[in-house]
Design a protein around this ligand. Structure first.
Ligand SMILES: NC(=O)c1ccc[n+]([C@@H]2O[C@H](COP(=O)([O-])OP(=O)(O)OC[C@H]3O[C@@H](n4cnc5c(N)ncnc54)[C@H](OP(=O)(O)O)[C@@H]3O)[C@@H](O)[C@H]2O)c1
Length: 279
């Protein structure tokens, strides 16, 4: 793998969204989170993912403010939590998120899960209103299955920009990837390192060794090859840099096929309000 640190321009962009971003779930200590965000931005990241539920919007906002990068150059995404999905609550808690983040608008606001207080007409109607007001530049959903996405597309006036779901070599989401291509929305992979489990895979570590790379980088390069945006969470400079350097890694067709052939399945994020509860 080439040893040069990738520049901002080496990161592919899809519909104005940089395809490698920084995840921040469980980066809850304010000073640490602020530092992670500022470090990532100064390294070249231009996409940061947070959520009301992560309790770190203020720290993320401070990290953006502290970095020597203009706010308008950063693609900032947050998510409305499942208790806040009634019409008035979406409007009010979005205002609160903007205040905590210290910004006038976010680039992407997701519905975190189609659960608990989710009501397509009310929830998405409120997001349409915020979109019209310019407070959110794109409307996204998260943890939506194809039928939820299709319903959301029917209800929304604004375009449905993205669906953020768990995707990694042990949960490759072929059906959703096909659906996204067919219906023309972005897929954003959360837990793209399978929360660390990529390091336990012989296939990924073998391929990594052949490139003098890490299994994390191999997973990120595999997802990039599939046209999927990734938001690996990393706290310290070493992991933030390792993931950024994945932009230098090109896998061969044979290596992609080897990863595609992994049969092991592992869903890392499966709360009691998640997909099992919908069946
Ligand atoms: N929409 C949703 O419902 C949802 C659900 C889950 C996650 N997300 C989003 O997706 C982001 C990523 O997912 P995730 O946090 O679940 O898991 P992940 O990104 O797959 O894995 C994060 C774990 O891997 C470690 N790590 C990161 N880079 C590494 C590297 N290069 N080498 C070794 N270890 C590395 C991190 O450690 P350190 O922290 O110590 O660096 C952390 O323990 C979240 O932070 C969040 O923004 C969204």
């Amino acid at each position: 793998m080439s040893g040069d640190t990738p520049t901002v321009d080496d990161c592919p962009v899809s519909n104005d969204m940089p395809m490698l971003g920084l995840g921040t779930w469980e980066n809850a200590d304010p000073a640490t989170c602020q530092e992670s965000v500022a470090t990532a931005l100064e390294m070249g990241y231009r996409h940061v993912d947070t959520a009301q539920a992560y309790g770190n919007e203020q720290a993320v906002g401070k990290g953006i403010a502290a970095a020597d990068v203009d706010r308008e150059d950063v693609f900032l995404a947050t998510k409305v939590w499942i208790d806040n999905l009634a019409y008035d609550d979406v409007i009010e808690t979005t205002e609160t998120s903007l205040q905590r983040l210290g910004v006038d608008s976010v680039d992407l606001m997701y519905v975190h899960w189609p659960s608990r207080t989710y009501d397509p007409e009310a929830t998405l109607g409120a997001l349409d209103e915020l979109y019209d007001q310019g407070k959110i530049h794109n409307v996204g959903v998260s943890n939506f299955e194809p039928h939820h996405v299709e319903e959301a597309m029917e209800v929304l006036d604004a375009p449905l920009f993205a669906n953020q779901v768990e995707i990694h070599p042990f949960l490759p989401q072929a059906e959703l990837r096909e659906h996204a291509a067919e219906h023309d929305y972005e897929l954003v992979a959360y837990s793209p390192l399978a929360r660390g489990a990529v390091f336990d895979s012989d296939v990924l570590t073998d391929i990594a060794d052949d490139h003098d790379a890490s299994a994390a980088q191999v997973s990120l390069a595999w997802l990039r090859d599939k046209g999927v945006t990734t938001i690996p969470k990393a706290t310290g400079r070493d992991h933030i840099a390792d993931n950024w350097d994945s932009l230098n890694l090109e896998l061969s067709d044979a290596e992609i096929e080897r990863i595609d052939a992994i049969e092991h399945r592992d869903r890392k994020v499966d709360p009691d309000f998640g997909p099992d509860a919908w069946d």
